[in-house]
Design a protein around this ligand. Structure first.
Ligand code: F0G
Length: 351
């Protein structure tokens, strides 16, 4: 039997490590590619979900973080820093703790999901809430890493992208070739950059015969790439992608242009609809930001922009347990019954 060894061991020859690099891993990657039945029916396509919430800290960030912390340790760093809407901080805290390094995380005050804050806390991060948004946090983190002995592990660190590109390798390895379309939520725009790099590498080396069109979706209230200008006060219920000035903006636009894809927006209402559909029909519980990819696919299908018969992969980036508020909000309270089979059966409509 084969035990998945984490992305660095599995894709060692395609990553910037040497035989002596001290690998810090939690066994990240190797995530399920789930055939999505109701989405396939709705679109007339073969739709798959790349379920990144199955990573060790519950998001795709672990792919980049195993690389970033591994290389930081190799270079002798004692401390790492990141700005985060929550998932990067959870991942950095876990991997840094494992490597015996200090992690410092800067988060926008009051705007990260409770599960993610809990992760950063329990993994031992030094947390500062910043009186500002993610974009302000990133400016601060960059400045600190330039002037103090602390390594930046945001996706502006190129080894993060190297780690995250492995998700594209896994998709091709599972399907036998690249899909027609790959759909992603876009926040700071590192992940769409990473997938596009991975797909291009596999195609260049003949592992796949082609590359997919990259479709990125931002939340309407936080859609600087769609608008073509920085959004000063970004807003969306999808706090993970509440970003007004993405660091990898140009690279995301390049991924879109080179692949013949698009970057569009979805409203919070469309995100919540996809979020509920994913959980109730596909059995996959994701956080709201992750549902932006699926919301985007449904939006495109309803507008007649999805030709039937294609193979489409949607990345769902983070686990729903990180941010369950939206699962509970607006849902009816469970009924209370006595310890009585007849009463329970009646309430369940079984009688
Ligand atoms: N989905 C989730 C669940 C995320 O946490 C993020 C980004 C994205 C999508 C967007 O990915 O930034 O590469 O375009 N989260 C970062 C963080 C910003 O701090 O955790 P992106």
């Amino acid at each position: 039997t084969h035990q998945w060894r984490g992305i660095i061991e599995e894709y060692r020859d395609r990553l910037p490590v040497t035989d002596t690099t001290p690998v810090v891993t939690l066994g990240e990657g190797g995530t399920p590619l789930v055939a999505a039945q109701s989405l396939s029916e709705a679109t007339g396509c073969d739709v798959y979900l790349k379920v990144e919430g199955a990573n060790p800290t519950g998001s795709f960030k672990d792919r980049g973080m195993t690389m970033a912390i591994t290389r930081a340790r190799e270079e002798g760093a004692k401390a790492v820093i990141c700005a985060s809407t929550g998932n990067t901080s959870a991942s950095a805290a876990a991997y840094a703790g494992r490597a015996g390094m200090v992690s410092a995380v800067l988060i926008p005050q009051g705007k990260i999901a409770m599960g993610k804050l809990g992760q950063a806390l329990v993994h031992g991060a030094k947390i500062l809430q910043v009186d500002g948004n993610f974009d302000d946090c990133l400016v601060l983190a960059r400045g600190l890493s330039e002037n103090y002995p602390v390594a930046l592990v945001n996706s502006v660190n190129p080894v993060r992208i190297e780690g995250q590109k492995t998700a594209a390798f896994e998709v091709v390895d599972a399907l036998g070739d690249a899909p027609d379309v790959h759909v992603l939520p876009v926040g700071n725009a590192g992940n769409i950059t990473a997938y596009w790099k991975g797909y291009r590498e596999y195609a260049a080396d003949g592992v796949s015969t082609r590359t997919p069109r990259m479709w990125g979706f931002q939340a309407s209230g936080s859609a600087p790439i769609v608008r073509g200008e920085v959004v000063k006060d970004p807003s969306t219920i999808a706090t993970a992608i509440r970003i007004g000035n993405p660091a990898s903006w140009e690279l995301a636009v390049a991924a879109k242009d080179e692949s013949g894809g698009s970057i569009d927006e979805v409203t919070d209402r469309q995100i919540l609809r996809a979020y509920k559909l994913l959980a109730s029909r596909e059995g996959v519980f994701v956080e709201p930001a992750s549902a932006a990819s699926v919301a985007g696919l449904l939006k495109a299908a309803e507008a007649g922009r999805v030709d039937p018969g294609q193979r489409i992969v949607c990345t769902v980036t983070g686990n729903g347990l990180k941010d369950p508020d939206w699962a509970v909000a607006g849902a009816p309270q469970p009924l209370t019954v006595p310890v009585d089979a007849a009463a329970a059966a009646e309430q369940l409509g079984l009688g």
